[in-house]
Design a protein around this ligand. Structure first.
Ligand SMILES: C[S@@+](CC[C@H](N)C(=O)[O-])C[C@H]1O[C@@H](n2cnc3c(N)ncnc32)[C@H](O)[C@@H]1O
Length: 367
């Protein structure tokens, strides 16, 4: 079977807990946002903030932008239950939703190239869900098989807690730590990620310590401060998919869905920018256009002049007082910070509650 269509998508569920970004934007009362697109799940939920009047999503990948437009169409056309069903989010994950998914798809307002791309994709997967189709999601489904084999039934216990302190006590005292550390040691490293996903483009780590220490610390923070059952990332790592509504990401939470739907129907018309954000945002057209830039972990992939001049290159497109949010992963960009104030500390109460746990946030304000 050819994989003409779905092999184009790197992210479909996404790998960030956008609830943190929603709170950052709420505190900043941002109005005009540029956000790295990814699969859309890191952008649309921000619209729960009614301060936002403009949202631009940028990505080098036309397929990621197409997936964002599919999400936009679903928000506009579907009610909450249909949105969950279309993606197979719990409680719809254990049933055959293909007939209903096809019916919903025919109702969506999509441009012709997006419609033919997704019709081709859904035909390729026999109208199954695309939630775990991204290369990143598929990689973690593979990694979770190793975890399931090694931990066996013990893998479920961590998800049975209702109180974080009881879970923390179990994780640090009764959880099979030897097997867990062996797993992190074998899987949590450069060669495995390059082999499985990044094909040589894996991030050049500059944070102190080993990859093993980075992932060990990230998961310990995650399980010491958040219920595993409420982390879609923990579900993906332990079960290869989200197995309970408690684990649904913010986009699959009704209160957020309804606010985003309302914003898309009456206030915000998303703008899609295809291309390298460093080039696009340096264009005169975007001079002083934004008061918030959500760059995800893209800067962690940069090196050389692009890395050193990151903030300089983005200064022009920002309004005075505008903020840049970085989700650094394994690498903190070695960038000049002239013209900017580091305001990361003002949001540090949020970071331990980010339910993926692998990011080190930085926020810079244009002065
Ligand atoms: C590393 S991923 C982050 C995805 C995100 N974690 C999510 O949950 O959707 C970054 C996204 O940025 C895009 N990207 C990478 N470098 C870029 C660049 N220089 N300009 C614009 N987009 C870029 C990739 O195509 C990908 O969709």
């Amino acid at each position: 079977m050819t994989q003409k269509y779905f092999s184009q998508l790197n992210y479909t569920l996404g790998n960030e807990d956008t609830a943190i970004d929603i709170e950052i934007v709420r505190r900043l009362k941002s109005e005009s946002i540029f956000n790295v697109a990814g699969c859309g799940s890191r952008s649309f939920p921000l619209l729960a903030n009614d301060s936002i009047k403009h949202l631009s999503m940028g990505d080098v990948s036309p397929y990621q932008l197409a997936l964002c437009r599919l999400r936009e169409a679903l928000y506009k056309e579907c009610n909450f239950q249909e949105f969950l069903l279309f993606f197979d989010f719990p409680p719809y994950h254990g049933q055959d939703n293909r007939r209903k998914r096809k019916e919903i798809f025919t109702r969506l307002i999509l441009n012709e190239s997006d419609r033919s791309f997704f019709r081709g994709l859904f035909n390729e997967i026999n109208w199954g869900s695309l939630l775990y189709l991204g290369k990143w999601e598929k990689t973690f489904q593979k990694l979770s098989l190793a975890l399931q084999t090694l931990l066996g039934k013990e893998k479920e216990t961590l998800f049975n807690f209702d109180y974080v302190d009881e879970q923390r006590n179990y994780f640090f005292n009764r959880f099979p730590q030897k097997k867990w550390k062996a797993l992190l040691f074998v899987l949590g490293n450069k060669s495995v990620f390059n082999a499985l996903l990044y094909k040589g483009d894996f991030i050049k780590k500059n944070v102190p310590g080993t990859h093993f220490q980075y992932y060990k610390e990230s998961f310990e923070n995650l399980f010491a401060n958040n219920l595993a059952r409420e982390s879609f990332f923990a579900h993906l790592c332990f079960f290869g998919k989200i197995i309970h509504s408690d684990g649904n990401p913010i986009e699959a939470v009704e209160e957020n869905f309804l606010k985003v739907k309302e914003s898309l129907q009456s206030v915000v018309k998303p703008n899609y920018i295809e291309g390298n954000l460093l080039e696009k945002l340096s264009e005169d057209f975007y001079t002083e256009s934004f008061d918030y830039l959500g760059l995800s972990d893209v800067p962690s992939y940069l090196s050389g002049p692009d890395e050193k001049n990151l903030l300089n290159n983005l200064n022009q497109c920002l309004k005075k007082g505008g903020v840049i949010c970085l989700r650094n992963y394994l690498r903190v960009p070695e960038t000049k910070t002239g013209g900017f104030e580091d305001i990361t500390g003002e949001f540090s109460d949020l970071f331990l509650y980010e339910k993926v746990g692998v990011y080190r946030f930085q926020l810079f304000k244009k002065i």
